[in-house]
Write a protein that binds this ligand. Structure first.
Ligand code: SAM
Ligand code: SF4
Length: 335
């Protein structure tokens, strides 16, 4: 058994997020510009390469794999990859295989995901208003996503909704979204909008709705009990006593929880980002492609990348400007 991955700040890295495509069937205004240039297909890791890459990480102690994108379920034959990863669940090496999706393809894939061993899915949904949904996603259709959520629940997948808190956009839906989730026994996490990538004319500061404010408003309607639960990630949780549901807050801007970070992110081209909010990355595609039959160079490249994982990100809106911005889109690194 090889030594686990430990970074310079003594954080154990056991969580890999993998972007399997930079493409998407939506164009959410805070994530992408309307006219995106996507990577040529040959730049992408093939499904077989993704398998070898993820399996190497699992061999180095990664226990949780989250598949994301772009929209992971628009990648052709992606179920083959999920099916392949399920062998690591069967062996016990992997504790969780999961995904973050916009939900548009869930109706089609929910049962296959469950068959591959997926038990939980994060669905991104910022509004329950059809017109607003079409505006924010530009290309998305709400009923299709809601059918996807239903299909996921029916297939036995536990659903969590991730909603980006957007000023003047979903502030008025705070209670209705909470109730909708409570009625369906769905968990809900709110995310602060992060300064990632050029998104055309959209205004980052104008979009920013502080979660401290959201939480205060929630507390006007419900009794909030702080939960000690930590997932090693940036989310903090409360329970609403009236409904019993769990609400998460991901607050990269108002609080930064980098000290407990246990994750790294792989792009669809095989770049490893050690921090979502920093530019440094390691090219893992070269050792993967150059040594198809020898895992040692890839393992070495992974270890030396983890050895330079930074302490944290530098996102900051506090000076009334967007500081610490990174040029990559969230869809590139995988949210
Ligand atoms: N397409 C999938 C989806 O939407 O769930 C997976 C990829 S998407 C990049 C992952 C998450 O990142 C989504 O929940 C999305 O809302 C979030 N996201 C995208 N851009 C963001 C930004 N600038 N700030 C905060 N969250 C963002
Ligand atoms: Fe696509 Fe997800 Fe980005 Fe929306 S947030 S454009 S669904 S990748």
């Amino acid at each position: 058994m090889s030594a686990p991955l430990i970074d310079p700040f003594q954080r154990a890295i056991n969580y890999l997020r993998v972007s399997v495509t930079d493409r998407c069937d939506f164009r959410c205004v805070y994530c992408m510009s309307e006219n995106m240039t996507f990577l040529p297909k040959k730049e992408l890791l093939s499904l077989e390469e993704l398998d070898r890459m993820c399996s190497t990480f699992v061999g180095l102690g990664v226990e949780k794999l989250r598949i994301t994108g772009g929209e992971p379920l628009v990648r052709r034959d992606i179920m083959t990859f999920f099916g392949a990863m399920s062998r690591h669940l069967d062996s016990g090496a992997l504790k969780e295989l999961t995904l973050t999706t916009n939900g548009s393809q869930l109706e089609r894939f929910a049962e296959q995901l469950h068959a591959a061993g997926v038990r939980r899915v994060n669905v991104s949904l910022d509004t329950l208003d059809e017109k607003k949904f079409a505006d924010i996603t530009r290309w998305g259709r709400l009923p299709q996503v809601l059918r996807g959520v239903d299909a996921a629940q029916k297939a036995g997948l536990r659903v969590k909704i991730n909603a980006v808190a957007l000023k003047g956009f979903n502030e008025d839906e705070l209670i209705s979204i909470t109730e909708w989730c409570a009625d369906r026994d769905i968990d809900l996490t709110w995310i602060e909008v992060m300064p990632m990538g050029d998104i055309g004319n959209e205004d980052r500061l104008g979009q920013y709705w502080k979660l401290s404010d959201l939480r205060t408003r929630l507390a006007e309607h419900y009794t909030l009990t702080e939960l000690a639960e930590r997932t090693g990630g940036p989310a903090r949780y409360v329970r609403l006593e009236e409904t019993g549901q769990k609400i998460g807050f991901i607050t990269p801007l108002t609080h930064n929880f980098c000290e407990s970070c246990n994750r790294v992110r792989l792009t669809c081209t095989g770049e490893l980002y050690m921090c979502l909010g920093q530019e440094d990355m390691a090219d893992l595609r070269a050792p993967l492609r150059n040594f198809p039959n020898d895992p040692a160079p890839l393992q070495e490249a992974i270890r030396s990348a983890i050895a330079r994982k930074p302490k944290g990100h530098d996102f900051d809106y506090s000076r009334q400007s967007v500081d610490g911005r990174v040029t990559r889109h969230m869809s590139h690194t995988g949210g």
